[in-house]
Design a protein around this ligand. Structure first.
Ligand code: UDP
Ligand code: MG
Length: 318
């Protein structure tokens, strides 16, 4: 019997879990030919989430939970899930029912046909401000243009992945993660299904603009070094112009002499060059910061317990 894992990262989801679980039960009962495993990852929730997961585990042995020692963010919580799931394939689902489990049977159908990565594309995006929508469109355009593989727009983490994809993802251990890009990077046979993304059933989204901005920077820096190239290019063009201007000033001074003048042009040059240098330094700094983080080689996450068994941290899991 094939085993299906459902991976659900949870951060402060005490309100949504009681609504989500019955949906999952409905799903599992509708497809009794598979063996099921539900893998919750409690990403350091500050509310009652862990307690609810413990109770679910007690009533239903198909439910498993990994309890992380603090909030590591959804990207890392998913990595922890990749390490712990044991299924032949895995479906990643948000806890807030924005990713309808009702779509999973269709995904499984395509998986049985041989597709290794069945992803769900949002036909609509649910309630969101126009600014957020616009920024998201611009961000994907930028990534698309600067990286060598397709990064899909309007596709979230809601997808079914074959064991081969899971193993590939497990080998990508970087700590500043942009998982959406990784799904595309690993390749494999992809298939699209469409769905309408509803609104959160309860609780509130933990992604403010600040988190989204930092996810966008992670996305860009971990998949393309184009900004570095842009700063090289701008630096090159500017220094060419500066060189030409230098010759012009030099010749002018030789021929006509130079009564002290040119304060405006001086200030303009200083400001302009200074600005570009700061910008380039900033871009370089972003990358160096990431190199620094990766070289520390810390574990990506720390587990407190798995299904009630404390993790003492003396055994490596990778
Ligand atoms: N999540 C998580 N860790 C975090 C933030 C979110 O595991 O630090 C989980 C959250 O519990 C949910 C999923 O990631 O299952 C998506 O989060 P949310 O609904 O807040 O994001 P949105 O749907 O607004 O993108
Ligand atoms: Mg959500």
């Amino acid at each position: 019997m094939k085993k299906i894992s459902v991976l659900i990262p949870c951060y402060n989801e005490e309100k949504t879990l009681p609504l989500l679980y019955p949906e999952l039960v409905k799903l599992m009962e509708g497809l009794p030919d598979y063996e099921w495993e539900i893998m919750f990852v409690n990403d350091g929730s500050a509310d009652n989430t862990l307690h609810i997961l413990q109770q679910l585990r007690q009533q239903d042995k198909r439910v498993n939970y990994v309890d992380l020692s603090r909030n590591f963010g959804k990207e890392v919580a998913m990595l922890a899930g990749f390490d712990y799931v044991t299924g032949d394939c895995m479906v990643i689902v948000d806890a807030d029912l924005q990713d309808p489990p009702a779509l999973i049977p269709e995904m499984l159908k395509y998986w049985e046909e041989g597709y290794e990565d069945v992803y769900a594309r949002r036909r609509t995006r649910g309630k969101e401000s126009w600014l957020r929508k616009w920024l998201s469109i611009k961000f994907y355009k930028l990534l698309q243009r600067t990286s060598r593989f397709d990064v899909l727009q309007n596709v979230g983490d809601f997808r079914l992945l074959d064991r081969r994809c899971i193993n590939a993802l497990k080998r990508m251990r970087e700590s500043e993660r942009y998982t959406k890009g990784m799904f595309c990077w690993i390749g494999f046979n992809k298939k699209e299904v469409e769905f309408d993304r509803g609104d959160r059933v309860a609780g509130s989204s933990s992604w403010g603009y600040k988190q989204l901005f930092s996810l966008a920077i992670d996305g860009i820096t971990s998949f393309t070094s184009a900004p570095l190239r842009i700063s090289t290019f701008v630096g090159f063009v500017v220094s060419m112009l500066a060189f030409i201007y230098m010759i012009y000033v030099f010749i002018k001074a030789l021929i006509w002499g130079d009564p002290v003048q040119g304060y405006p042009s001086m200030v303009i040059l200083i400001l302009f060059l200074g600005g570009i240098q700061l910008l380039s330094l900033g871009i370089i700094g972003e990358y160096i910061g990431r190199i620094y983080n990766e070289t520390k080689n810390r574990p990506d996450y720390i587990v407190r317990e798995f299904n009630g068994v404390p993790d003492m941290g003396d055994e490596h899991k990778d």
